[in-house]
Design a protein around this ligand. Structure first.
Ligand SMILES: Cc1cc2nc3c(=O)[nH]c(=O)nc-3n(C[C@H](O)[C@H](O)[C@H](O)COP(=O)(O)OP(=O)(O)OC[C@H]3O[C@@H](n4cnc5c(N)ncnc54)[C@H](O)[C@@H]3O)c2cc1C
Length: 487
């Protein structure tokens, strides 16, 4: 019998399995798809490889969770460092987001001059630095109420906490308006879309603490993962003996001292189960009424969700060596059927022999999308909407990054929340986790369920999505399971 059966090998499932395996537990990991890493996976279509969504890999240095795990688990990732991490286009302005804080500041000051920019950005940098320095002292978190232990930990960090406390819980937009003289629509959009892609909330929905992490993510060490983002999950699971790919877990039954997992590869027994599913639909695997109630309650509490519209294609490699990896276009108008005004484009590295092949490079484009626009449509209308969005995105791409106008696109495909639902099984195809907006800040779900021995990992049970948020959530869960695991 296994100590832990982990259902799903997204970032959460892969990282948690790897840590538990390192601690000596007997772990089995199931993934329904033929690639690992879920929303951060890499799929093959008609001979070419594409990143599903996630393309930025952040934080192998300093206080970030990946840096800690890399060290503890002795991992070696196939990465290339990138700087600037992002090239942002807004009207006729181009802003390179360099890692160096002074260089980054200069770019911002050039694009959005403000006498108080220094003051604003100093608060943002200090807040995020202190969060990353002190965060681990506040783990593990299993309850919303501050425990005695937590209060003692706060005292330990009191010198740092007093520095950020005055602004931490302020609304980020209100703080920006109070501090800056010229927060025009473009500057606000620039700030807002940083918080949207990291915390799933616009500037006026998040507090300064959360905004600081989103606004400074381009200042962290950013990497390109060679061979596709799924290789990062492969690195995590490389020492695991029992990884079942293309294996769907269909049902989980509880007996007195064990769980039985019914899968497409047969039955497996485990003492504990960790679900890398969203908190909203994990109930589908159980008959247990408590689990069902837990899921339904979450559905009712966290009603704000985002989906994604994605496009994938190959292009002739006409790009020079210095062509940046990630391009973020911020528009004046909404992309139809998405409620989003941004386009995020990532291009595969020239030296990536898997994704860049036959003189072509692999492109993944994504934008946030409203979910309701894609469900309950007849086939023709669904297809029509997809076409409208594809054409709109390409038109904007040609406008903002004209080099694409002159290159041939091959194998253009696109994905909607329905596509994410089909492949990753995520509830309503919602991605990016539960928004870390002020409304939800003190209600955020925890990885412990009402049923002993059943835990959850992933971007709906710990604030923050992507590599930093989900791997931190996995660390938090392991510390709840095994208090001996120190970071
Ligand atoms: C378009 C897009 C762009 C993004 N860009 C970035 C980025 O650049 N950088 C970044 O860090 N993050 C990014 N993110 C966010 C990041 O990808 C996600 O937050 C993260 O991957 C979520 O991980 P997760 O562990 O919650 O699981 P998921 O990715 O949801 O994975 C869950 C896994 O479980 C499997 N599964 C589900 N049910 C079963 C079952 N019954 N049996 C077996 N297997 C099952 C699924 O197939 C899936 O592989 C992006 C997300 C999207 C959608």
């Amino acid at each position: 019998m296994f100590d832990f059966a982990v259902v799903g090998a997204g970032i959460g499932g892969s990282v948690v399995s790897s840590i538990l395996n390192h601690l000596g537990y007997n772990v089995v990991l199931f993934e329904k798809l033929d690639y690992l890493c879920g929303c951060a996976g890499t799929f093959k279509r008609k001979g070419y490889y594409f990143n599903v969504g996630a393309a930025t890999f952040v934080g192998l240095d300093g206080n970030l969770p990946l840096a800690k795990l890399k060290h503890i688990l002795n991992l070696d990732f196939p990465v290339v460092k990138i700087d600037p991490s992002l090239k942002i286009y807004i009207k006729n302005k181009i802003i390179n987001r360099y890692q160096d804080k002074d260089m980054a500041f200069e770019e911002i000051q050039k694009a959005f001059y403000d006498k108080n920019n220094k003051k604003f950005w100093n608060t943002i940098y200090t807040t995020s630095d202190i969060i990353w320095q002190t965060l681990y002292d506040f783990l593990p978190q299993d309850s919303h109420l501050p425990s005695m232990k937590l209060i003692l930990k706060a005292f330990k960090n009191i010198d740092k906490i007093v520095k950020i406390a005055p602004n931490f819980f302020k609304n980020a937009k209100t703080y920006a308006l109070q501090t800056l003289y010229n927060l025009d629509k473009d500057y606000e959009r620039f700030l807002s879309y940083h918080t949207l892609i990291t915390a799933q909330g616009f500037l006026d929905e998040v507090n300064v603490g959360v905004a600081s992490l989103g606004l400074t993510y381009p200042n962290l060490d950013n990497y390109y993962v060679l061979g596709g983002m799924d290789k990062a999950c492969e690195v995590f699971v490389k020492n695991l003996k029992h990884v079942f790919r293309k294996t769907l877990v269909k049902k989980i039954k509880h007996y007195e001292d064990k769980f039985i997992l019914e899968t497409t590869a047969g039955e497996f027994e485990a003492k504990n189960v960790i679900l890398n599913k969203t908190i909203f639909d994990m109930f589908e695997l159980f008959d247990d009424p408590y689990i069902k109630e837990f899921s339904f309650k979450s559905q009712k509490t966290f009603t704000k969700k985002w989906g994604a519209f994605t496009m994938y294609f190959m292009v002739d490699d006409v790009f020079d060596e210095g062509f940046e990896y990630h391009h973020f276009i911020l528009l004046d108008e909404e992309i139809p059927f998405t409620k989003s005004k941004s386009i995020f484009l990532s291009i595969s590295a020239k030296e990536d022999t898997l994704l860049s092949t036959e003189g072509k490079r692999s492109i993944t484009i994504s934008t946030h999308s409203d979910i309701d626009s894609w469900f309950d449509l007849d086939k023709e209308e669904y297809k029509r909407r997809k076409k409208v969005v594809e054409e709109f995105i390409l038109k904007k791409l040609y406008e903002y990054i004209p080099i694409f106008k002159d290159v041939k696109l091959y194998n253009v495909e696109s994905g909607t929340p329905l596509t994410f639902r089909r492949y990753t099984s995520r509830y309503m195809g919602a991605v990016g986790g539960i928004p870390v907006i002020s409304e939800y800040f003190f209600k955020y779900p925890r990885p412990i369920t009402p049923k002993k021995g059943i835990y959850v990992v992933g971007d709906t049970v710990f604030p923050g999505q992507g590599w930093p948020g989900v791997s931190l959530g996995a660390i938090n869960l392991v510390q709840l399971i095994d208090r001996g695991f120190k970071i």
